[in-house]
Design a protein around this ligand. Structure first.
Ligand code: F6P
Length: 324
């Protein structure tokens, strides 16, 4: 393989730049030309390619976001869009791809591979940590630390005003962000899509705390929780608490996607970036590179996307025990 392309797609995640850097430098080290594809699949369709050299990725390891920009491409979901992308890659002589993103990115890569046979290796880059076959995704550690910092700050004001806070964190259909910052932030309760926590259980937990003279409480709610969005949940609980608490809602939102990546995310991104290029050049295709028990793994896209990555029940239990 003489020339490969690298792109970021879907929601950005801190550490994507560190992954791009690792991909570019490994390719150059192996004497392979490397091209950056701008704005994910949209850029592939439009032929927005830029040559990348070693110095192109200098001074980016510490930066959040992605220098290659990102997008969620509607056009790539159509056969016509993918055909255009294939033609652009052929015209540019790009023989293999490194895709940095989440399940949407890998779904696109898998279909593209099946239709046009372009070898692709994926690097898991999403704050949601929802991909099977890797213990961690790039951006997750930074996101939970960002959310935790916000939760700590909210706890200060919750305590001063004797308030009950419902704090919504990101994660789409996954509760990984919620459970991690719920444990680390000492939340009274964590509501995640993977396990149903009923409004009745929330009311009971808050009431028990009230009886033990707790004057403030934090409930962390994953955005995909089955009981509804954070405002609906807070309203339902408020209706049952008979004015015991002054209730506030806080949605942390996109702050969780930005910022300088943690050391953990930079190291993970560097390891995955090197392993991805090595795998592609060794003839591997249609796989994601992951890390399980600190060892590099190769996971078929099919598994990474569709297999479940359940939250450990032990973590849910931990919050229950520690919030008494
Ligand atoms: O997948 C990352 C993520 O931040 C999810 O946690 C969230 O549901 C979604 O992306 C938000 O997407 P957008 O930035 O397109 O609103």
């Amino acid at each position: 393989m003489k020339k490969i392309g690298v792109f970021t797609s879907g929601g950005d995640a801190p550490g994507m730049n560190a992954a791009i850097r690792a991909v570019v430098r490994t390719a150059i080290y192996k004497e392979v030309e490397v091209v950056g594809i701008l704005r994910g699949y949209n850029g592939m369709i439009a032929g927005n390619f830029i040559p990348l050299q070693s110095h192109s990725v200098s001074n980016i390891i510490q930066r959040g976001g992605t220098i290659l920009k990102s997008a969620r491409s509607k056009e790539f979901m159509t056969y016509e869009g993918r055909k255009k992308a294939f033609e652009q890659l052929q015209k540019a002589g790009i023989e293999g791809l490194i895709a940095i993103g989440g399940d949407g990115t890998f779904t696109g890569a898998k279909v593209f591979y099946e239709e046009f046979g372009i070898p692709t290796v994926g690097i898991p880059g999403t704050i949601d940590n929802d991909l099977y076959g890797t213990d961690y995704t790039i951006g997750y550690d930074t996101a939970i630390n960002t959310a935790l910092d916000a939760i700590d700050k909210i706890r200060d004001t919750a305590d001063s005003h004797d308030r009950l806070f419902f704090i919504e964190v990101m994660g789409r259909d996954s509760g990984y962000i919620a459970i991690a910052c719920g444990i680390a932030g000492g939340a009274e309760l964590v509501m995640v899509p993977e396990t149903l926590t009923t409004i009745e259980e929330v009311v009971q937990t808050i009431n028990q705390g009230w009886k033990r003279s707790k004057t403030s409480s934090i409930v962390v709610v994953a955005e995909g929780d089955e009981e509804g969005n954070v405002h609906e949940i807070a309203a339902k609980v408020a209706a049952r608490l008979e004015g015991k608490y002054d209730i506030r809602v806080s949605t942390l939102g996109h702050i969780q996607r930005g910022g300088s990546p943690t050391a953990r995310d930079r190291i993970l991104a560097s390891r995955l970036g090197v392993a991805a290029v090595e795998a592609l050049l060794a003839g591997k295709q249609n796989i994601m590179i992951g890390v399980v028990n600190d060892e590099i793994t190769h996971v078929p896209f099919e598994d990474a996307i569709y297999k479940e990555k359940p939250i450990r029940q032990e973590f849910i239990e931990l919050v229950r025990i520690l919030s008494i």
